[in-house]
Design a protein around this ligand. Structure first.
Ligand SMILES: C[S@@+](CC[C@H](N)C(=O)[O-])C[C@H]1O[C@@H](n2cnc3c(N)ncnc32)[C@H](O)[C@@H]1O
Length: 311
């Protein structure tokens, strides 16, 4: 049985139904996410892009004193923003290699192709898989590793999940290695909610695409019209959570198994957690990191932090 099938059935048989957002990214999901990154409402991409454009030289000087290093990027996607840094690092004569990691082989192939065209001198070694496995499997390097975790991917974990993930990451690093992480910050809740509930309905489509993917890959019969897309933001926890809610009582089959839905029963799809500086400090300490430097956009909507191992 594939991991996809195991996880989908386990999530839909749970008391509180859930699907993992890592499964959003099949080929159509990758396309939809690229559209999301270009939406006016999805400020995250614009802000992180602004940070990279304005601070690319300081970022390079913070992560390297001129020694060779390896960038491992977890959940690289199409590398839209990362390319700003990679280009600048190459032009500055930095000695580095680039290992993008992504669960979507499709997006990695797109990234590799575009990098070969746009940055032919870049030394790339891509890894397809879950970032939980990547760090264990990527060969140890005598060089300094700088792990990139951009786009506020860390927000896809609850606080406890993030502490556990980052602690494992820290344990896999050498003392001089660094983490370079993009984090979305608390702000006007209506701005946050719009990023996950845009006027054109692209984020809605992005969520519903996972039902279509289950239909395609597990021979399912979800009727997407019977599900309502419902994101909401809790300003206290900083969690924006997206749900798909069954409008009716219904039974859906997939992989030969039947799953029943009560009217208005929800499937939890994705968490996109927002931080403030205090919560981010706590996250660093609880996972064994300390702050080296922070880079903000002009409105302080987003931050990219450089963290090193504590002590
Ligand atoms: C929200 S996108 C962000 C892409 C990029 N980091 C950016 O800032 O634009 C998340 C990316 O992480 C990948 N991803 C999500 N969960 C993953 C996991 N558990 N392991 C590896 N890749 C994952 C997805 O395929 C997708 O390309």
């Amino acid at each position: 049985m594939t991991q996809f099938k195991i996880d989908i059935l386990e999530g839909l048989k749970a008391n509180q139904k859930r699907l993992s957002s890592k499964y959003f990214y099949d080929a159509h999901g990758d396309e939809l996410f690229q559209q999301i990154m270009h939406m006016d409402e999805y400020y995250l991409t614009q802000k992180e892009h602004e940070i990279f454009e304005n601070h690319k030289d300081k970022i390079l000087k913070t992560i390297s004193d001129g020694e060779p290093f390896r960038i491992i990027e977890l959940g690289a996607g199409d590398g839209l923003k990362t390319k700003v840094l990679l280009k600048h690092f190459l032009e500055s004569g930095a000695d580095f290699t680039y290992t993008p990691v992504d669960i979507s082989g499709n997006v990695l192939a797109i990234l590799e192709k575009s990098l070969k065209e746009e940055l032919p001198n870049l030394n790339i070694e891509a890894y397809e898989g879950d970032y939980f496995d990547a760090l264990a499997e990527i060969s140890e390097s005598p060089e300094k590793d700088v792990v990139f975790f951009l786009g506020s991917n860390v927000g896809n974990f609850s606080h406890e999940g993030a502490v556990s993930f980052l602690t494992n990451l820290r344990n896999a690093l050498k003392p001089s290695d660094l983490l370079f992480m993009g984090v979305d910050l608390k702000k006007d809740p209506s701005l946050i909610l719009s990023a996950y509930n845009d006027a054109q309905g692209i984020t809605r489509e992005f969520n519903l695409n996972l039902l279509d993917r289950i239909n395609r890959e597990l021979n399912g019969n979800f009727d997407r019209n019977q599900f309502l897309h419902y994101p909401y933001y809790n300003p206290h926890t900083g969690e924006c959570r997206s749900y798909l809610i069954s409008r009716v009582r219904q039974e859906v089959t997939m992989a030969g198994e039947a799953i029943s839905f009560r009217p208005w029963e929800a499937i939890f799809m994705e968490i996109s957690k927002k931080y403030d500086d205090m919560q981010l400090d706590l996250l660093a300490r609880e996972s064994g990191f300390e702050l080296v430097k922070s880079f903000y956009d002009q409105e302080s909507w987003f931050v990219d932090v450089v963290w090193g191992s504590l002590g």
